[in-house]
Design a protein around this ligand. Structure first.
Ligand code: NAP
Length: 485
């Protein structure tokens, strides 16, 4: 198994085009969540290695920013091709460290390649302006320039594609990068070093450091050579990074936590809503920032929706990600399972009914049964907290405005979904929901062409779409006088 992935499974930092260990020689163990067994180790690096990676990125920036957008696009297209040529091996590596089913892992790797290709093209469309001048003898130009070295910190739930959304636009814009992947899934992050090497990206343009989150994070946030921090992860850590980045007034983009509502109105197509619910809830075992956290279902359709959702949930095949036909893998670790158990216990104590699952799976380890809970009420913890597990809590509602108010009653504002066949309601509800991403009669909406990101405490900035490159660019106003016109 490891044989196939070994070329991409790197156990060293990638700094200035070299594969190097931590200065201390210390390592972190990486485990397979499906078996609990150790897969290998990666360097436990800290401040010094990060500072060297930043210096390498700064040196590389001076030549990388001078390459033409077209030349950068050619290299990024090559990077896309290298990813796609190795999609199966990269997906296998991802399953080993993260646990998701192989089909989802292949989808994620394909998405990584798609982001790289998208930004290869967007980099060629970074236009400036010639502004009508209020002065007869002066002209006004507005140009766009790469911000410089960027620091990227990514989570374990999408260890490949979250880096693609940062490395892709950074390189296309002419920036260089220092990335820190999550310690539980570092191999899919380090693989970007091997991919960049194979694609011929010059050394120092992309650097990857694994190890102590706080030491690496501190150096990235406080080193004045780093001009932008891009982070995907929890709101809690995002707030720490925002504070730290303030010391050097860096640009920041933050893709943080969610608490996605999924509203089903009486006039919805119930079968379509159930299919959307399955996709929006159980993907990656419920461990995505856009996974449904709360279902709000109107009185008239409630029982039919619950009956069908329970039937479909009970059909989901739970197993190791590499096993043929698996639809739901393990959770990432014991802590994740304990959190799910706590939330279910809290709901039970407050009067909820378990309609499907509700327990650890017979497979043991961190496998958990796909679960449906009815009679959910706003005093239950999952009204406010991200579940990050395969649990569907169902709240019942009578009036549209009550459902919208409940959906908005959270400090988060990333993704939301609703199902209706009434056009007027579709617009009313779409405009009423305070979220950055809205799925109307759709449960999976992420695509490279569209801007991804949240409002409120779900984040700042957008990734993907034509907006996704903006944060990697500075705007420069140039006033040219003395033209003697
Ligand atoms: P996390 O605990 O915030 O960790 C994310 C990354 O931050 C990891 O690389 C982690 O390193 C690092 N980190 C932790 N503490 C740090 C510190 N003090 N300074 C610098 N870096 C630090 O989040 P997670 O548990 O991996 O991911 C789940 C969260 O991500 C959920 O809340 C989910 O909603 C959110 N998410 C959001 C999006 C989005 O696009 N909005 C997408 C995916 C996930 P270590 O691994 O070494 O601890």
């Amino acid at each position: 198994m490891l044989q196939k992935t070994s070329h991409f499974m790197r156990e060293a930092n990638y700094i200035d085009g070299e594969w190097v260990p931590a200065d201390s020689g210390q390592t972190i163990d990486v485990n397979n969540p499906a078996t609990g067994l150790k897969i290998g180790t990666v360097p436990k690096s800290g401040k010094a290695e990060t500072a060297r990676a930043i210096e390498a990125a700064e040196r590389a920036f001076h030549s990388w920013k001078k390459t033409s957008a077209n030349d950068r696009a050619k290299l990024l297209r090559k990077l896309h091709d290298v990813i796609m040529d190795n999609q199966d091996a990269l997906a296998e590596l991802l399953v080993l460290e993260q646990g998701k089913p192989m089909a989802e892992a292949k989808g994620e790797v394909g998405m990584s390649a798609a982001y790289v290709l998208w930004f290869a093209e967007e980099g060629r469309r970074v236009y400036g302006d010639v502004v009508p001048s209020p002065w007869a003898d002066r002209r006004i130009l507005v140009t766009r320039e790469p911000v410089g070295v960027i620091g990227a910190i990514t989570p374990w739930n999408f260890p490949s594609s979250m880096l693609a959304r940062k490395i892709g636009p950074a390189l296309a814009a002419g920036c260089t990068a220092v990335a820190k992947p999550a310690s539980q899934t570092p191999y899919s992050g380090l693989a970007w070093g091997a991919l960049c090497e194979e694609a011929g990206i010059p050394k120092g343009v992309v650097n990857i450091v694994t190890g102590s989150a706080s030491e690496i994070g501190d150096e990235l946030c406080t080193n004045p050579l780093v001009k932008k921090i891009t982070f995907t992860g929890s709101t809690e850590v995002g707030k720490i990074l925002l504070e730290k980045s303030a010391s050097t007034v860096k640009k920041v983009s933050m893709e943080l936590g969610g608490n996605a509502p999924f509203l089903v109105f009486d006039d919805a197509d119930v079968d379509r809503a159930v299919e959307g619910a399955i996709a929006a809830k159980y993907r990656n075992s419920g461990q995505t920032c856009v996974c449904t956290n709360r279902f709000f279902v109107q009185d008239g359709i409630h029982d039919a929706f619950v009956e069908k959702l329970v039937a479909r949930t009970n059909q989901l095949k739970v197993g190791p990600g590499l096993e043929e036909g698996t639809q739901q893998g393990p959770l990432i670790d014991d802590k994740a399972v304990e959190k799910v158990e706590e939330l279910i216990a809290d709901a039970r104590a407050k009067g909820a009914r378990i309609a499907a699952g509700g327990e650890r799976h017979a497979l043991g380890g961190t496998f958990f049964q796909p679960t449906v809970i009815t009679d959910a009420t706003p005093d239950m913890r999952f009204m406010k907290e991200e579940i990050f597990g395969p649990v569907s809590p169902i709240f019942r509602f009578a009036k549209e405005e009550d459902a919208v108010a409940l959906a908005n009653d959270t400090e988060f504002g990333l993704a939301c979904y609703f199902y209706t066949s009434d056009l007027g309601r579709a617009f009313r509800v779409m405009e009423g929901l305070k979220y950055g991403l809205v799925g109307v009669n759709e449960g999976i909406i992420t695509t490279v062409e569209a801007p991804f990101g949240g409002v409120k405490e779900s984040g700042l900035g957008r990734e993907g779409g034509h907006q996704g490159i903006e944060d990697y660019l500075d705007t420069k106003y140039v006033c040219i006088g003395g033209l003697g016109l």
